[in-house]
Design a protein around this ligand. Structure first.
Ligand code: GLV
Ligand code: MN
Ligand code: MN
Ligand code: MN
Length: 397
């Protein structure tokens, strides 16, 4: 079975009939089904499967140990996401094992395929939770207390799914076994379309983060409240949406997005009492400067409407430069391929602070990601798996 055959096997899991695409979130039914599927696939290949204290799944080819060559990605998605972001790296890893086995290759180093938990933060808000917990880059108490939109905490959801959230936290043993990590991922922009090639290696990940803006005003009647009597938090909230685009335009290569906005109570004929929105901001070298400027605009707009605002940083990741030596090795093995920067975050970017890490991107002919139109041609998917196999063979020889 090739990587594209494996993707086809899971194509029915977690489809989102109302939003389109896929909604597969940490510890929900769809993600659980995919994790079970992965364990079956790994077991069928004779890999030894273990789940670490943070819910990340490891499938070992041979004896686990330090200096391991590790590859993998995630199986969760954003709400209404595409079929490739995450699963492509997992199925390509399984395919790479098959390709290497068919060649009669046996790794000389420990070798593992990993599935990280909750990469997108689609349910609990903080991205790369599995790798952040593993590496100690999030306080486990804070992680356990994160809530999904329905108010369920991460600890509750994890316990319901059979994990022990009391054990969440830094895992020096699991981290200490990784010698090198390579994540294959669908490309999420136009990079490879413009370059005209099927694969690229990752060069950098732009610094990025998420901020919550909470506005409060006075809930009231939409018909009976004259304009002068209103303290409508939707007004300053709207100003953030506009400021995100306007302020981002002043910075070089900046991205700022409001993709989620929640008015309470959320009635057509009700002036909201509170509005929460989330700003996703990514600016080379200046993300917090951009957020400060947007926050100042929000504070002024809130003051004009007689509302209050608080701004909370919910996650932040610094710029990542993938290991240059590993990148050169990958480039050699692949016979010279482009190096691409990306604005998307990845577990690889979290691990990069701890172990030599590299990424491989597979061309996405739509240039669209985090949406149902995300795509990769079968030939490119299979090319990507072969490229990954060659890379892993080189690293584990
Ligand atoms: C994850 O894909 C992100 O960068 O938002
Ligand atoms: Mn993603
Ligand atoms: Mn991803
Ligand atoms: Mn990502």
């Amino acid at each position: 079975m090739t990587a594209s055959d494996l993707l086809a096997e899971i194509a029915g899991v977690g489809r989102d009939a109302s939003r389109g695409g896929y909604s597969r979130h940490a510890f929900d039914r769809a993600e659980d089904e995919l994790r079970t599927w992965f364990v079956e696939q790994a077991t069928r290949r004779g890999l030894d499967v273990e789940t670490d204290r943070n819910g990340n799944i490891w499938a070992w080819w041979g004896t686990p140990g330090p200096g391991a060559v590790v590859t993998g990605s995630h199986l969760d998605s954003v709400p209404g996401g595409g079929a490739f972001d995450g699963p492509l790296g997992v199925v390509s890893a399984l395919d790479a094992v098959d390709i290497l086995r068919r060649k009669g290759f046996t790794p000389s180093t420990p070798f593992a395929v990993v599935v990280f938990a909750e990469e997108e933060g689609g349910r609990f808000g903080v991205p790369c939770l599995g790798s952040r917990l593993l590496t100690g880059s999030i306080d486990p108490d804070r992680a356990r207390a994160l809530r999904d939109p329905g108010g369920v905490t991460l600890a509750e959801a994890a316990a319901k799914a059979g994990h022990d959230p009391a054990r969440f936290g830094p895992d020096p043993e699991a981290l200490g076994r990784i010698g090198k990590f390579v994540e294959l991922h669908v490309e999420q922009g136009r990079g490879l379309i413009d370059l005209g090639g099927p694969v690229a290696v990752g060069s950098t990940v732009i610094e990025h983060g998420r901020w919550r803006f909470s506005f409060s005003g006075q809930g009231n009647h939409a018909g009976a409240t004259v304009l002068g009597d209103r303290h409508d938090p939707m007004l300053p909230a709207a100003s953030v949406v506009a400021a995100a685009r306007r302020v981002a335009g002043k910075f070089d290569d900046a991205r700022a997005t409001v993709g989620r906005l929640v008015p309470t109570p959320g009635g057509t004929n009700v002036i909201a009492s509170t509005v929460d929105l989330w700003l996703d901001a990514r600016v080379p070298g200046a993300t917090r400067d951009l957020v400060d400027e947007i926050a100042a605009a929000a504070t002024e707009a809130a003051r004009e409407e007689g509302c209050q605002v608080t701004v909370t940083e919910e996650s932040y990741s610094d710029t990542v430069v993938f290991d240059p030596a590993l990148r050169d090795e990958m480039d050699d093995v692949l016979g010279g391929v482009p190096a691409l920067p990306t604005g998307a975050g990845h577990d690889a970017a979290i691990l990069a602070a701890h172990v030599p890490t590299g990424m491989l991107y597979v061309r996405n002919p739509t240039g669209i990601s985090h949406a149902p139109e995300e795509f990769a041609e079968v030939a490119d998917v299979d090319h990507g798996a072969v490229a990954l196999a060659s890379t892993l063979e080189h690293l584990s020889t």
